[in-house]
Design a binder for this molecule. Structure first.
Ligand code: 3PG
Length: 207
């Protein structure tokens, strides 16, 4: 089992995925792998999400398939059973924290108090959400002083223009977002363009 930090080190970018069919999820994840991203956060925002996690986890055994928008223990159990290797939630509840999970959870935080609550539950790696709204780069810099051993995956409002600045921060291991998987391209079936965007995004982070 990967730890939360190991999950965060798989790729600089965790794509936040919302799909309307299993077929769409397979084509999308193939496009991401071709573009160089081998980690997926498939969110529980659509009816097919659990089936999509199951299919993607089986079809891409060398990639890391996770679940997003995991809001309660029942959903946590469902994504584990579907084959997810990590879970992400927009926040943290007592119910989620006390669930006897077999895969790591990256809980969402937005404030110092939420980080402190997460630390008290034993978490030291978080999603900052919604990153751009709750203070973005400035908040992450400020959190670095009192919470020096805490790491983040900022998500929400990340794009090609600000990705580098986020990743330059010491306490940011990776960034999450949907900008490399635009919904209009998914709906058009233009997966080739998604591969191109993914390659460009990774190249921009390296140069
Ligand atoms: C999430 O749930 O993590 C966000 O909806 C992703 O945010 P973005 O669409 O602004 O990248």
């Amino acid at each position: 089992m990967l730890s939360a930090r190991e999950v965060m080190l798989v790729s600089k970018i965790i794509p936040v995925i919302s799909v309307d069919s299993v077929e769409e999820s397979l084509r999308l994840c193939e496009a991401l792998v071709l573009g160089g991203v081998n980690i997926f956060e498939i969110t529980l925002r659509t009816a097919c999400a659990i089936d999509a996690i199951n299919a993607v986890a089986r079809e891409f055994p060398n990639a890391v398939t996770g679940a997003g928008t995991v809001l309660n223990a029942e959903q946590f159990k469902m994504v584990e059973n579907a084959g997810a290797t990590f879970a992400i939630s927009p926040g943290l509840t007592q119910e989620l924290a006390s669930y006897k999970n077999s895969i790591p959870l990256l809980p969402g935080v937005a404030t110092a108090s939420e980080i402190m609550q997460g630390l008290a539950y034993g978490y030291d790696a978080f999603k900052l959400f919604p990153a751009n709204i709750v203070g973005g780069i400035g908040a992450l810099k400020a959190f670095g002083a009192p919470f020096k051993d805490v790491v983040f995956c900022p998500t929400g409002g990340i794009n090609a223009a600000n990705a580098r600045e986020y990743l330059a921060l010491e306490n940011v291991l990776c960034i999450g977002g949907s900008w490399i998987v635009p919904n209009d391209l998914i709906k058009e079936g233009n997966f080739k363009e998604i591969t191109t965007i993914t390659k460009e995004a990774l190249a921009a982070l390296k140069s």
